[in-house]
Structures are given as structure tokens and as C-alpha cells.
Ligand binder design. Sequence first.
Ligand code: ADP
Ligand code: MG
Length: 695
Amino acid sequence: MTKVPELFGSMVFSDKVMRERLPKATYKTLKKTVENGEPLDEGVANVVANAMKDWAVELGATHFTHWFQPMTGVTAEKHDSFIQPCGDGVIMEFSGKELIKGEPDASSFPSGGIRATFEARGYTTWDPTSPAFVRDGSLYIPTAFCSYTGEVLDKKTPLLRSMERLSAEAVKVLHLLGKTDVTRVSTTVGPEQEYFLIDKDLYNQRVDLKMTGRTLFGAKAPKGQELEDHYFGTIKTRVAAYMRDLDEELWKLGILAKTKHNEVAPSQHELAPIFSTSNIATDHNELTMELMQRVAERHDLVCLLHEKPFKGVNGSGKHNNWSISTNTGENLLDPGKSPENNTQFLLFLAAVVKAVDEYQDLLRITVASAGNDHRLGANEAPPAIISMYLGDDLDALVHSIINGEDYHSHKASRMQTGVDVLADFKKDNSDRNRTSPFAFTGNKFEFRALGSSLNIGCPNYMLNTMVAEELSQFYEALKDAEDLDAAIKELIKKTLTAHQRIIFNGDNYSEEWVKEAESRGLLNMKTLPEAFDKFLDKKNIELFVKNNIYSEEELRARCEIEFEMYAKQINIEGLTMEQMARRDIIPAVSEYIRELADTAAVKKAVSPAIPVKTEEKLITELSGLLDKFSVLTDELTEKVKTASSISDTQQEAHYYQEEVIAKMNELREIGDKMETETARNFWPYPSYTDLLFGV
Ligand code: ADP
Ligand code: MG
């Protein structure tokens, strides 16, 4: 392995490469575009494109692709080669126009009814704030994606818009506070990514994993995560080799892969990068998820990013660490040594508290997915109820502000290890609360309700937009104040008082919290269809339209896409289950019953005195279960048929959630019971033990 500093970013058209390869004036213009969002003219783009192409060709690239994030949930790319006919040969060319604008046929990407399919035109536009890179012989150019008439069709555009909005509003507030040197504010994100690794041969024997990413049948293994011996446990050799390989691939692309460890469930792991701006963090997280799957193949492994691949053991999530910092290098969510005197911090904190309370529905909605529905509220992930954890110290401060009382900080104490050779160290001010969906963790918030496969652009544009909105309201309330200091203090107190219901420092997994949250009037939306019913509430439409994130039409289209994709996903799950039941499980169990019957008959033929109780008992039990199973399979077929005949997508999604999933659960229960009674060599699929302990 080459040295890491040399390897790092070696495939990225980075700032360093640009400085080396671009004429000074071009470099400066491009920098201005990246840093201040100034538009780029085609002349400059031509120079940049040419330098990019030369650089990429030296690294073995023959093609370029605009790389974008449509609403499908995976990234999209279409490759064009650099070749241009020249005489009777070719030369390699790449123009500014090709860099700036692409025109993929957009008709097959979800648009939520915004366009008819015959209006196939869609445009991709270069996003110069996220660096281009070379991979598999192609130059990848991060782009935004919109329709011919300008409607947003992707996940990047709203994120970029929300970053602009938050920057504009935060800068206004900071200027009011006297920080006039601040010209730009960015949101930063560090996503912790969980995943499962399983053996490829075993994976290939499971049609459910291949079709849906999760197991639709599977009896519990005798051992799960009870012993808690996997969490932070020694990493197995095969997994360690995978992780090492993955780190290298990520580093080459300039991704700051930092932490890796085993997670709670068997075969579950986590990777966390060092944070970067929301936009880059999002692109990098998409790349990370892709590479996790690619690199796994090289090791005869499969990386599962589904939120709940296995019933009965923890699913996978993603922690979105989020903060706001200025171009002068200040983290606006850093309370500093004495938060009680840090008005600026308290003001931004109040804005976040107000945002999370007023838009708790949107935060819940943004993490909703068919997969994540299995986790939220299942005592392994933060519940579907959104609340905030501030930690004891900050909570006490907030209370003292609300009640007008004095505040005494419990300054950080020193941890005495009591062992001479171990150094004493400074203790954190507060312990962690692992159960809160939105926790303050020192100088950032950790939004923990995300599912593992989610594009983090979505929760982040929600967060940025809602906080931008609150800051703009704060600015309006403060801008003409005669005594600014007093007005700010009053505003902080008023805001925290009005929104204190969203703060909860206790155990979010407990039954009591569900009741308590209800009495506080907090929302508890357990499933995607329930959550998206609220997406188009008047206040939400107003938020997005006012902040120029979406038009009302775009918003309606998004909602439509979500219901539709949900329905499609459950439809595939239902059909896969049916197929497994009819073509694999029913024949297998019935064959096993026949084998038992044959055995019993043979025994009886040898001598009627030979006992056949075991066979009889198994035959009776399994036959009973099999009949139930086949009736339920027919019922599932009916339900899926009914569901797909519903034309209103919202109603369809609800039907899938309420009727189809319920039937799938019933069918699975009987299927899993049969698995535990059927001889291993008759059961058509690798077991949970094989899958979870097979690497
Ligand atoms: P933990 O103890 O939860 O692992 P860490 O401090 O290691 O917390 O950080 C977890 C993640 O949060 C990492 O990806 C880290 O880069 C990120 N992070 C740290 N500071 C910030 C910040 N200011 N903004 C966004 N993310 C941050
Ligand atoms: Mg964390």
C-alpha cells in the first residue's frame, strides 16, 4: 500500500490539482464560484474542462459522466467518451459546455407526474462545489438534475438551495450581532454508516435478499445479540481485509473515512467519516454506500444496506451529525466554556429548538422509508416520535432561562482512573443518551432516526430549511430593536418557553415516553404512509415555497413519488414472498412430510411394533401448519392484487401498509415455525445462523 497521504484524494480533481493545472485567473474565478456561489461563464468552463480532461486521461479515463441523484434513491450515470474524430483518427476532447450541461433522457426517472413521459428532456448541471473524480476509467462530474421546464428532479438541488438559504439568514443574524466579518455560513455533516456483511454464496441462495434487500422468512437463530459480544468486538480477518480495502478506495476518492468497528448485531459494522460540508458529505456518503457494496464483491461478501435485513436483531441506521459554521471558522453550535453568557449560541440553539418542534412532522417524514418503518419504534432505534436531548447541563441552563433563575454550571470534572499508569482525563459535561432521535452532542446535533440506505441530502435540506426559516423570523423580530441585547434575551426566553415540550432527556424507548409525548401533543407517526399524509400540510408548503426550495407543484410531485415508491416496494416484497411460499417452501415441507410418511411406512412394514410416534407427531404438526400456510399464501395473493388495483397512490400506499404487510407478517410467522420443524436438508434457504455467523 502506498502511503496514505499520497493515496488520499489521488483520484480527485481537488483544490491542489486545480491550483497546479489551471491558469491563475481561471482558478480564482472558479474559487469565487465555489465559495460565493457566483455564476461561471463558458470561457472559464472551457479552460476548466480541458484541464480536467487532461488530468483524467493521465489517470486512465476514457469517458466522462454527469453523476446525479434522481428520486430513485440510487445515483445515476451515463458515460460518454472523450473521442472526437480528427482526420482518420480521434483526439480526446471535452468542452466547457459538456462540463456544465448534460442532457440525459429523463423520461424513466420518477417525476411524480410533473412531466408526461413524452417530455423526455432533463438537464444535469455541474455542481462545482463538490469535486469531480475519476473512477473505473471515467471522469465523474457531480451534477444537479432538473426537467426541461426547470422543475427539480433530484435530491441535490434542494440541498444546495437550503444551504444557500441557511447561509443568507444566518449571516443576517450574525451581522446584527456584530459579526460583520462573516460572509458565508455552511452546514457540516458527518454521517455514521451502519451495514451488514454476509457471505456471497449464502446471499445468492436467498431470493428475498436479492429481490428486496431483506429476509422475508427466517426463524430466529439460537444466538442473536443477547451476549453483546459483537459490539466493538475483535474484527474477523475476512472483515478486516474488506474494511482495509474499502478504506483505501474511499481515501483515493478523498473521502475522510475515519472510524470502523463492529456494531451490535452479529455481522453488523459501522464506518464513520470526518465531517465535511453537507453537500460534499452527501455525495461522499452516496459513494461510500456504493463502494461498500462493490468492494464486498471482491471479497466474496455482500454488503446489506437495508434498514432491517433480519428480524429479531438490530437493523441498520445512520447518525447524521450536523452543525453550522462560519467562513471565519466558528462553529455556531459550540456552547464554549460558559454557554450561559454565550448569547449567540443560545440564539442559534433557540432557532434549532423552535425548528425541531414546529417541523417535527417533516423530520419524521424525511427519514420515512419502507425499510426504516421496521426500526423506528422497535426499541432498537429512536422512536418515531421526534424530540430533542440537550444533556443535563444545557437542559438546566434552558430551565433557568425559562424560569428566570440563576444558573450554576457543573464545570467539567476530571475523571480519576485510580490506576497510576493511566492518565486522568477531562470528563464530558454530560453522559450520552443513546435513545434520543435528535441529541445535542457537545458542539453539534446528532439526528439518529435515519435509515441506513437513506440519501442524507433529504434530512439535511429539511434541517437547513427549517432552521433558515426560524432565523429569518428571528432577524425580523430583532432588526429594529432599540435595545438589541434585551430583545435577544427576551426572544430566547420566549422561544424556549414556547417550545420546551420538544425537549426530553429521559429514556425515549420507554412506554411512559409514548404516553408523555402524547400528552405534550407531540406527533407519533409510525409508518411512511401515516407520515406522508402530513407532508402537504399548509405550514409545510409555506415553508418550502417561501424559502424557494420547492414550488407547490414540485412538493406534490415528491409526495406522490414517495407513496408510489413505497407501494412498489411492498408490492415486490409481497410478490417475492408469494413466490418463495409457492415454489420453494410449500414443496419443501410437503416433500419432508412425505419422507416422514415413507419412513413411518417402512418402519411399520418391518414390524408393526416399531414406534412411529415421532414421525406421526411431525407429520400432524407440519401438515396443519402447511395447510394454514397455503391458505395465507392465497390470501396474500388476493391482497396484493387488490392493492395494485387501487389507482390513488396515497390510498394504495395505505392499503399496502395496513393490509398487505399485515398478511405478510401472518404468513411469515407460520413459515418460520415450519422452518424450525423441518429437517435442514429439506429447507430451501440458508438459515439465520448460517447468514449471521457465516463470515
Ligand atoms: P461519536 O462519539 O458519536 O462517535 P464523534 O465526535 O466521533 O462522535 O463524531 C461522530 C461524527 O460526527 C463524525 O463523523 C464526526 O466527524 C462528526 N462531527 C464532529 N464534529 C462535527 C461538526 N462540527 N459538524 C458535523 N459533524 C461533526
Ligand atoms: Mg454517534
